[in-house]
Design a protein around this ligand. Structure first.
Ligand code: OAD
Length: 264
């Protein structure tokens, strides 16, 4: 029997008014975006202290921006995969829905997700160090490194670095949702980075049905009602019964997807 046959997720979703989804880097892995941990993870090849902290940026903004420019170039070539599309599908069919993502790649939005909080920010936004103003920036590659604001001050990526707090409004919305939801899906996260890792634990304690999809067991696995091991782009559509409705990858023409998306 495959995962979709044994899973009670669809039955739960049918009577669950409030659905939450937490995603991590694994949801974008099959789009070609590197994850952070694991054999080929970014943190195996690069030191977060040199590239993803406020101190690193103060020390060497050019080096930090070169790394982010490289990641932006890589991600600009990527398309959402079946897992992103399945999450967007779920949003369209749930009465109340929130996607909480740790990803900064923008692929969920490109797949049509609208009701979402980006806990760790977004690579396609920049923030002026002087004015604090954030703006969209889709330039690939960046014409000048480090980029500067019209006011002349340095721009930084609008992402959360190690040692920084998460955006308070996004955090509040995520925790409220974890406390109220009926079904909580966790997809492609190692569930080791706080505070995101606490969200499914809170949801579980408040009575939500927790379903995990990951290549391997995580600290969350023993807590989840269901834990499915395998690729998110295969398992998630199957769990939702979408595998027959869509082609490859899910066959949803991008033009039919609602909402603003980053041109890829
Ligand atoms: P990680 O790299 O820590 O974990 C990725 C998870 O995805 C692992 O548990 C993998 O087993 C799983 N995975 C990989 N490929 C998969 C696939 N095709 N299908 C399903 N699962 C797959 O990434 P995150 O949990 O997102 O923070 O990491 C959390 C945060 O740590 C990131 O947002 C980033 C990082 O440091 C910041 O940069 C602030």
């Amino acid at each position: 029997m495959n995962a979709s046959e044994t899973s009670r997720l669809r039955e739960r979703l049918n009577r669950a008014p409030r659905v939450a989804v937490l995603t991590g880097a694994g949801v974008s892995a099959e789009s070609g975006v590197p994850t952070f941990r694991g054999a080929d993870g970014l943190w195996r090849r690069y030191r977060a202290e040199d590239l993803a902290t406020p101190e690193a940026f103060r020390r060497d903004p050019r080096l930090v921006w070169e790394w982010y420019d490289w990641r932006r170039q890589l991600i600009a070539r990527c398309q959402p995969n079946s897992a992103h599309h399945a999450v967007a599908f779920l949003e369209r069919h749930a009465r109340e829905f929130l996607l909480i993502t740790q990803n900064v790649d923008g692929l969920h939005r490109l797949a049509g997700s609208l009701r979402m909080v980006e806990l760790h920010g977004n690579l396609w936004r920049v923030r002026c160090l002087e004015e604090g103003k954030t703006t969209e920036n889709l330039a690939v590659p960046l014409p000048a490194i480090p980029p500067r604001c019209d006011c002349g001050a340095l721009l930084r990526p609008d992402v959360v670095w190690f040692g920084e707090g998460l955006p308070p409004a996004a955090l509040r919305e995520a925790f409220d949702c974890a406390e109220r939801c009926d079904v909580f899906l966790v997809v492609g996260t190692s569930a080791v980075v706080q505070p995101a890792a606490s969200l499914p634990v809170i949801a579980r304690r408040r009575g939500a049905y927790v379903v995990e999809v990951n290549l391997e067991p995580t600290p969350l696995t023993p807590l989840a009602h269901e834990s499915h091991q395998g690729k998110a782009a295969e398992i998630l559509p199957a769990l939702l019964g979408l595998d027959s409705a869509f082609g490859d990858p899910l066959g949803v023409p991008h033009s039919t997807l609602a909402g603003p998306g980053r041109p890829c």
